[in-house]
Ligand binder design. Sequence first.
Ligand code: GLC
Length: 451
Amino acid sequence: MKLWRNALCSLFLIALALFLVACSSDSQTSTKEDKKDETDSATEEQDGTTDEATDEGEEKEQVTIVYARGVDTTPGTDMVIEAFEKKFPHIKIESREMPADTGQSHDQYVTAFSSQSTEIDVFNADVIWPAEFAQANYALELDRLIERDGIDMDAYFPGTVAAANFNGKQWAMPQYTDAGVFYYRTDIVEEPPTTWDELIEQANALKGQEGTEFGYILQAAQYEGLITNAIEFIASYGGQVIDEDNNVVVDSPETVKAIEKMAEVVGSDFVPGNILNFQEIDTENAFIEGKSVFARNWPYMQSSSNDEEKSKIAGKIAITTLPAGDAGNAAALGGWMTMINRYSEHPEEAWEFVKFISGEEGQKITAVNGGRAPTLKALYDDQEVKEASELFANPDFAAVLESAVSRPVTPIYPEVSDIMQIEISKVLAGDQSAQEAATNMQTKIEAAMNE
Ligand code: GLC
């Protein structure tokens, strides 16, 4: 199914690319002929192109860069673009919205970048992509630019920098970080549950109160979000998928127990009947409509939940850590970085935008207006950031971020994820046991890694 989806996707993108080439009015005034090995030109062409708007005098060449990123249900992205364009009037950002499903975005990027398309200049990359994109040569190495412009990488959480580093090179700048968190309704819940069993108990008991229809909602559709939810269950029972020495260790009693617990939650009466189609956006919509007592999502949902214009539960939510299994509680590490297309015709302007969006000013805008957790440590001491979110003001949150569980770091991550998605989905649909899933994942992931 994936194959023909990919094929369809490729056809569509090729058609789109041809169409765009044909109608290009070319507002983008390229200065480079040779698009290969942009690193050198990007570093050489330094002076005079990165000055800010405040530098009056010489007229700068107008450049439009295309910035691709997933759906943002908050005003964060638009506001950061607006602030950038104001500061750098010679650079216009054309924002391109990619699918909300990270796996679908991934496939579209792979199609574009593997044909060396120049269409996208800057793009948001999920934390699970840099190893693969670096190896496939899709992105521009940033080390020389970072050094040239004196960017202090120690100002970022080390995990977010490490996630963008592959083969000793820095391929992306951390933009915001994600860790799975637990939302609950303060008008219904007295004490939030601390274990999965308590959650099951409370969700059963409280469902229906204050007009709610569901006790708990999570992401159980067959896509990448399922893996982040599964990793949280697995780690909370002490299981792992691949260990520090790169051994596949997913077939363990801990993982089996964790998947059984996940299946118990997903198979319960307190989740929506179509929970197997639920992604983040569905969770967000149901939660802000006041339909669920508890929800699992990323920090951004605090922004929409408390937005009086669209949320029925503004001011009635709180956030805490996800419930614990036998080994404690665990949050999956997510997050997004910004990368530059290796074949961008405007690497210098692209870098200017990347610096801004991943820098203090850009991250502050998305933290305050988009609920996105900064990757810059200092922003957690910023008064406006703290005031914008209880979560960011809470010193425990930084600890949650630092101890969040990563998904396996490997250039074949998409394959590993696909295997897990298929096997775990079968358990959630009642088509196989957790033990069967663990055994199959073990064999199939091992085979994929040995290819
Ligand atoms: C969030 C996370 C990302 C993850 C995705 C799964 O966007 O930041 O890392 O892969 O959710 O749906």
